[in-house]
Design a protein. Structure first.
Length: 331
C-alpha cells in the first residue's frame, strides 16, 4: 500500500480520515420484514443505573470531523445491556428458528479484509474500493463463512457474529425481544464508570504492558504482528472487562447503534436520553475493531464514533443488544 493509504484518506465532508470500514450504497431492492418474535437466545445481562455522565470529547486526540464533541453532560435512564457482543452461536439460534437470510447473503457478497481472504478467492476479485483497497468484496462471504467459501464459524461459536448489516441487527432484535443501544447508552456503558478517560479502562492503551483490547499492531494495512494474540476477531469474553463487567467495548468489532449518524450529534440531540433518528441512511457505529491502529483509525477510544449505511456488512461489524424493559428476569 502507498504511504497515502497508510496515513488515511480524507473524507469529503469533515476532513477525518476514512475509517477501517467499507460501505455499500443504499439498501437492498426489497428489505424483508422483520421475522416473527421467536424463542430468543440466552444473554448475560448487566443492569446499569443510568444517571449523569460526561459524553464525547473536546480533546485533540479525536477526529473533529466525526462529531466527537463538544463534550457535554448527558443524563440517561436505567437500562440493561448484554455483557458482550452477539455471538455466532446466538445468531445461529436466530437463523435456525426463522430461516432469516442476511443482506450479505442476498447481495451474494460482503467485504473481507485482504489478509484474511483465501488466495483462491482473492485471485477472482478484480475491483476493490478505491479509498479502502484493503477491503475485498468476496463472493458468498457472509456470517457463517466469514472469509468466503471454504471458511466456517464452527470453531468460532464464541466470537462475535460479523457480516451483519444494521437491518440484520434490527431483525435479530425483533426476534429476540431486545434492541440496539443508543450512542449515549453505548458510550456510558463503555466508560465503565470512568469519566474523561480515553479507553474503557483508563488513559494508557496497554497499562503495565498488558493488552486490553483486540486492535492492530504493526504497520497498517500490510503487517500485523498480532501482539494481542489475534489477527481477526477474538472471543467475545477475551480480555478483562471494564468497570461495569462489559467485555470488548474497545476493538474486536464495530457495534451498530440505533441512531442515524450525524456529525452534529452533540449539538442537536437532547441532554436526556439523546437519540438521533434521522433523516439519513447512515447509522452510527461504536467501539472500533481488530483493524484499528493509531496511525490510521484510532477509533477504539470510548468517545470515537463512525457510521455506515444500513445495508453495509463486513468482516469487522457486529452488534450488542440492550433489554427492552426494566425490571426483567435474568440479572
Amino acid at each position: 500500500m502507498s504511504e497515502a493509504r497508510r496515513s488515511g484518506t480524507q473524507d469529503a465532508a469533515g476532513g477525518a480520515p476514512t475509517c477501517c470500514c467499507a460501505r455499500r450504497g443504499g439498501g437492498t431492492e426489497a428489505v424483508p420484514p422483520p421475522p416473527r418474535a421467536g424463542r430468543g437466545t440466552a444473554f448475560r445481562w448487566v443492569a446499569l443505573p443510568g444517571g449523569r455522565f460526561l459524553m464525547g470529547t473536546s480533546g485533540a486526540e479525536g477526529f473533529a470531523g466525526d462529531g466527537e464533541g463538544p463534550a457535554r453532560p448527558v443524563t440517561l435512564s436505567p437500562f440493561a445491556v448484554s455483557a458482550y457482543a452477539v455471538t455466532n452461536a446466538q445468531f445461529a439460534d436466530f437463523v435456525r428458528d426463522t430461516g432469516y437470510m442476511t443482506e450479505a447473503e442476498r447481495f451474494n457478497w460482503s467485504y473481507v479484509f485482504h489478509a484474511l481472504v483465501p488466495p483462491e478467492s482473492a485471485a477472482r476479485i478484480a475491483r476493490v474500493p478505491a479509498e479502502v483497497p484493503w477491503w475485498l468484496p468476496v463472493p458468498f462471504a457472509y456470517w457463517a463463512q466469514p472469509e468466503g467459501p471454504g471458511t466456517t464459524v464452527l470453531d468460532r461459536s464464541d466470537h462475535p457474529v460479523v457480516h451483519v448489516s444494521w437491518n440484520d441487527a434490527m431483525a435479530f432484535c425483533a426476534w429476540s425481544g431486545t434492541r440496539l443501544l443508543s450512542e449515549a447508552e453505548w458510550e456510558y456503558a463503555a466508560r465503565g464508570g470512568l469519566e474523561g478517560q480515553l479507553y474503557p479502562w483508563g488513559n494508557a492503551l496497554t497499562p503495565d504492558g498488558v493488552h486490553r483490547c483486540n486492535i492492530w499492531q504493526g504497520t497498517f494495512p500490510d503487517h500485523n504482528t498480532a501482539d494481542d494474540g489475534f489477527v481477526g476477531t477474538a472471543p467475545v469474553r477475551a480480555f478483562a472487562p471494564n468497570g461495569y463487567g462489559l467485555f470488548n467495548m474497545a476493538g474486536n468489532v464495530w457495534e451498530w447503534c440505533r441512531d442515524v449518524f450525524s456529525r452534529d450529534y452533540h449539538r442537536v440531540t437532547a441532554d436526556h436520553d439523546p437519540l438521533h433518528e434521522g433523516p439519513g441512511d447512515s447509522r452510527s457505529m461504536r467501539g472500533g475493531s481488530y483493524l484499528c491502529h493509531s496511525s490510521y483509525c484510532n477509533r477504539y477510544r470510548v468517545a470515537a464514533r463512525t457510521s455506515n449505511t444500513a445495508a453495509s456488512s463486513s468482516g469487522n461489524i457486529g452488534f450488542r443488544v440492550a433489554a427492552l424493559t426494566l425490571p426483567f428476569q435474568g440479572l
